[in-house]
Design a protein. Structure first.
Length: 436
């Protein structure tokens, strides 16, 4: 979740407490996962003093939230607090209100991907782009970075997370209302979805808009392959989002919908095949040197010790260069293992907290056939050929069903293909072997 938003939330909760600069620093750095020692070093304060400031902050926050807050559980308590809050809160749109969007400064690598987005959206003026990939791989950060760097190219940049699964009517009405308000235009919005979409496309033609729909998978159906076929995979009440994607490429305009998601929507595949105005980007893990920077930022100091460097590389490969997993692991190594990589590695506790949650979420969305194929791959612990999978996955009835399932798993970024066969990330293999 966006740290700047959480920081503002805490400041709002503690507004009667008149936080000073040090309070704000400790709050910000703690939300970024920094240790007290790192905070003290970066602002040249005494470690005990910073720790004290932290204790006081958590006590005050505990009182406001009504739950015990500690430095360790800060993020999870705030996330729970905001998601409870969300149930009643109306849909909020942000237009270039970067205060509510992720902090984009610490982004390593992704230059190629960022340039692709610029090429497609700014120069080719395409209308629809999807950024796909596993949870934690960096989709939101990349979309935010693109939007931030290129905001001046657009009349409106609107950011909307579909986490709260708003109805398509709500999303479009809020967007159109927002644009109209900014232009001081009075409008009456229709009730009918086709009419709302029509009005929305009218504004896309009038103004150059970038509409970012983050967490698009929230409105897609889980377990779509139970009958083994490739179906339209929007949740019943969210089919309108599919209709929206299909409609916006039918009109001539310079606006763009940029969506991010853990899964590729089924109609997106055919749209990108048939239209030159639709592009997609599937993010894979960061490379070793980019991951090393993430690990260092969390407080693991770079050394010339080759065995330590080798262990870091092992860690990076294990988590497939997933920045979120590496951030969590590196912070845990600093906080609980005193920075000792070897001790962490030998503890064999590698799937925990948010990493476990992330894998649980992805796993629970799989159909029986998909889980079965994932399991066959995980048991083998080595690349497997199509033929081999066919012989081993008993629940898959035909080769064509197997291919469909593999395609779906690929669209969810859960498997990859190399010259020897189909593969999974080592941490995914361990997760499945421990789950099944
Ligand atoms: N290229 C990157 N460099 C540094 N940190 C990154 C990078 N990509 C992602 N992160 C960090 O990893 C975490 C997950 O990224 P996020 O964009 O939220 O992933 P996703 O949207 O794919 O689930 C965030 O804390 C983010 O700041
Ligand atoms: Mg995201």
């Amino acid at each position: 979740m966006d740290k700047t938003y959480l920081e503002q939330l805490c400041q709002e909760l503690l507004k009667t407490e008149k936080l000073n600069d040090t309070d704000n620093l400790v709050l910000r750095f703690s939300l970024q996962g920094k240790t007290y020692q790192q905070i003290a070093t970066s602002c040249s304060y005494d470690n005990d003093y910073i720790r004290d400031v932290g204790y006081r902050l958590w006590r005050k926050l505990s009182k406001q939230i009504g739950t015990k807050v500690t430095k360790k559980n800060l993020l999870s308590v705030l996330q729970r607090y905001t998601s409870e809050d969300r149930l009643e809160s109306p849909l909020t749109l942000s237009s270039i209100d970067w205060g509510t969007i992720v902090e984009t400064n610490d982004m390593y690598g992704r230059n190629l991907e960022l340039n692709n987005l610029k090429q497609w959206i700014l120069r080719s003026r395409c209308n629809l782009v999807g950024i796909f990939g596993m949870g934690g791989i960096g989709k939101t950060l990349l979309a935010a970075r693109f939007a931030k760097e290129c905001q001046t190219e657009f009349d409106f940049v609107i950011w909307l997370s579909l986490n709260k699964t708003p109805a398509i009517e709500t999303t479009l009405t809020a967007t159109v209302n927002y644009i109209a308000q900014q232009q001081a235009i009075k409008i009456t919005l229709p009730q009918d979805l086709n009419e709302i979409i029509r009005q929305f496309t009218y504004y896309l033609r009038q103004f150059r808009c970038l509409l970012i729909l983050d967490n698009f998978e929230s409105i897609l159906r889980a377990k779509k392959f139970d009958n083994g076929s490739w179906e339209h995979n929007y949740r019943k009440e969210y089919q309108g989002y599919g209709q929206l994607l299909e409609t916006i490429i039918d009109y001539h305009h310079d606006s763009c919908i940029l969506l991010t998601g853990r899964e590729i929507p089924s109609n997106f595949v055919s749209l990108s095949r048939n239209s030159p105005l639709v592009y997609s980007l599937t993010l894979s893990g960061l490379n070793i040197s980019e991951c090393q920077k993430i690990i260092q930022l969390a407080g693991i100091i770079k050394t010339s010790d080759t065995s330590k460097e080798r262990l870091i590389e092992k860690l990076i490969n294990y988590y497939g260069g997933n920045p979120l997993a590496l951030k969590i692991v590196a912070t845990t190594i600093v906080d609980l293992f005193n920075g000792d990589l070897e001790e962490f590695w030998h503890s064999e506790v590698r799937l925990f907290g948010e990493i476990q949650d992330l894998l649980d979420q992805q796993w629970q969305r799989l159909s029986d056939a998909e889980q079965d194929v994932m399991y066959c791959l995980a048991v083998a612990r080595a690349p497997i050929s199509l033929k081999n999978l066919e012989d081993n996955c008993l629940s898959v009835s035909s080769r064509s069903q197997l291919v469909t399932v593999l395609q779906s798993l690929k669209h969810r970024s859960l498997i990859a293909r190399n010259i020897k066969g189909f593969t999974q990330q080592p941490f995914v293999i361990d997760y499945i072997n421990a789950t099944k």
